[in-house]
Design a binder for this molecule. Structure first.
Ligand SMILES: Nc1ncnc2c1ncn2[C@@H]1O[C@H](COP(=O)(O)OP(=O)(O)OP(=O)(O)O)[C@@H](O)[C@H]1O
Ligand SMILES: [Mg+2]
Length: 256
């Protein structure tokens, strides 16, 4: 289970003096929400809303300026190793090694996560099957399409069977069949009791998949509830209209 409490993160504006007014970009501004085990939680917001920064703080990759967060009770600032052990994180930019094949990329992570050689081989084989990667599993990753990179990054996030899985815009670059396959995997993982948190700016995706939705806009959580709860609270029948109502903005980015 993920619990975020008043997370805040600012970045310095490049080239602006520290003392200057508005020298900080407030990326995440006192964000609080929860994501339960056995449940799919969507962090829904337009470009620049603070989704990736929030996920990166939860994944211990950047430290919050203030606020706290725990994953299954482990503090993301104080208990970094405990958090990382039980977490699978797929970042926005896949960041895979171009000289390694898809199989080698995932296998390398499996070994880093402590799986034995044989165990790692078996698990990687399973993921290659499950994520439909057989056609390119043994090719070097340099030159992979966006969707192929996304699949490798997803395999890497899942390889050690983590309890908590965070995916930053996981359908990025995936075609219709691959997106459907991914949805199926996410549903199955939640059904098996895993905690799934994913970010998206695509309304239909979040509406179709999530048990729980946290709407984020300009670094703040505008509303957090079930889809039905959000529709009821905003008196709307469609998530897009509810989003506009909740954030008080009709000038959101494309797809939102
Ligand atoms: N390392 C950084 N340095 C400076 N500004 C940053 C940095 N990382 C994020 N930001 C700024 O923080 C804000 C939130 O960015 P973030 O990447 O979290 O948004 P996002 O919701 O993930 O957007 P997208 O949908 O485009 O991925 C943006 O204004 C962004 O420019
Ligand atoms: Mg992002």
């Amino acid at each position: 289970m993920i619990v975020a409490n008043d997370l805040r993160k600012c970045f310095k504006r490049p080239g602006v003096r520290k003392s200057a007014k508005n020298s900080d970009i407030v990326a995440v501004d006192n964000v609080s929400f929860t994501a339960d085990d056995g449940s799919i939680t969507g962090l829904l917001g337009p470009n620049g809303a603070g989704k990736s920064t929030t996920l990166r703080m939860l994944a211990t990759l950047v430290s919050p300026d203030s606020g706290t967060a725990t994953i299954d009770g482990a503090d993301v600032s104080g208990d970094v190793l405990a958090v990382r052990k039980q977490l699978g994180f797929m970042p926005h930019n896949a960041g895979i090694y171009p000289r390694l094949s898809a199989r080698e990329n995932i296998h390398y992570y499996a070994r880093l996560c402590g799986l034995g050689k044989q165990q790692a081989q078996e698990r990687v084989g399973q993921l290659i099957e499950q994520l439909d990667m057989k056609g390119f599993a043994d090719r070097r990753a340099a030159g992979f399409s966006q969707g192929q990179k996304t699949k490798v990054a997803l395999g890497r996030a899942l390889v050690h069977r983590p309890q908590t899985i965070m995916l930053d815009e996981p359908t990025n670059g995936l075609d219709v069949m691959a997106t459907r396959g991914l949805r199926e995997i996410i549903r199955q993982l939640a059904g098996d009791g895993h905690c799934i948190l994913f970010s998206s700016h695509i309304m239909q995706e979040v509406a179709a998949l999530c048990d729980h939705i946290a709407i984020i806009s300009a670094g703040r959580i505008a509303m957090e509830d079930t889809l039905q709860g959000i529709l009821t609270r905003t008196d709307q029948t469609d998530l897009e209209d509810a989003f506009v109502q909740a954030t008080g903005s009709a000038t959101t980015e494309q797809d939102v």
